[in-house]
Design a protein around this ligand. Structure first.
Ligand code: ADP
Ligand code: MG
Length: 247
């Protein structure tokens, strides 16, 4: 399980996350929804510590960090948390000068110090899992957006993270290509992968995620079972936002 407690993050005078507390249950998918600028990406980046929160606590499995204003947490503690997470970005961010299989192997070789042949074998298994077995030697530019995002998912899964963080994984894709990515994420959900995903995609939020968190202006307005939150949102702000998504 992942627990964020009283997480605060400001950029200068702008308080982007205002004492956010949320639990991400293990083996389930949690969707993070909210207007543009509400702090979804920042919250995801505070889980893998691409951003260091100003205050609060973060626990992932057995790892735990408390943040103190003006103090950077110990490097090894940050590394340990980071290694529990995998991240998928809106724009894939594959390494352009590496083939699909090289992209997936990269972290295993450079961070985990796996021998190349073992890393290659695992990368091929993961490409098979995302339906791209035959694209191992393809360059990113020769792949469709949906294929690139599936390579990015395989890459994020390579070190066997505790949680997969996805930042609008289908937003840069045409509907048909987005559907391929939704299908892969749905398979992972069915296997019990713990995921936290910021998304505007109702297929992901309302159907694949079992829980949904609604964020507005850096604060959690409402959270709960996805079906209930979409069918019967309680807070008027959630009601307004859900109407824009489902319109
Ligand atoms: P969302 O993903 O929900 O659109 P973000 O987390 O990207 O929201 O951004 C929340 C707010 O924080 C926005 O106002 C954004 O401009 C601001 N912000 C995000 N990252 C930075 C940064 N590195 N420096 C300054 N402001 C930032
Ligand atoms: Mg964002």
């Amino acid at each position: 399980m992942i627990q964020l407690s009283h997480i605060r993050k400001a950029f200068g005078a702008h308080e982007v996350l205002k004492t956010v507390s949320v639990q991400i249950p293990e083996g389930q998918v949690t969707a993070l929804i909210g207007p543009s600028g509400s702090g979804k990406s920042t919250l995801l980046r505070c889980v893998n510590l691409l951003e260091i929160p100003d205050a609060g606590e973060l626990a992932i499995g057995a790892e735990h960090i408390r943040f103190t204003p003006g103090q950077h947490p110990a490097r090894d503690a940050v590394q340990r948390i980071r290694q529990q997470t995998g991240m998928v970005f809106q724009n894939f961010q594959l390494f352009p000068h590496q083939t699909a299989v090289q992209n997936v192997m990269e972290g295993l070789v450079t961070v985990k110090r796996w021998p190349r042949d073992r890393a290659h074998a695992r990368a091929c298994e993961l490409l098979d899992k995302v339906g791209l077995k035959d694209k191992a030697d393809a360059w990113p530019t020769s792949l469709s957006g949906g294929q690139q995002q599936r390579v990015a998912i395989a890459r994020a899964l390579a070190p066997a993270p505790q949680v997969l963080l996805c930042d609008e994984p289908t937003s840069a894709l045409d509907p048909g290509l987005a559907a391929e990515v939704v299908a892969v994420l749905g398979d992972l959900a069915a296997e019990g992968m713990t995921m936290l995903m910021a998304t505007h995609d109702l297929r992901l939020a309302a159907h694949i995620a079992s829980r949904t968190v609604y964020l507005e202006d850096g604060a959690i307005i409402e959270s709960g079972d996805s079906k209930t939150l979409f069918a019967a949102p309680q807070d008027p702000r959630t009601q307004r936002f859900v109407t824009t998504l489902t319109a």
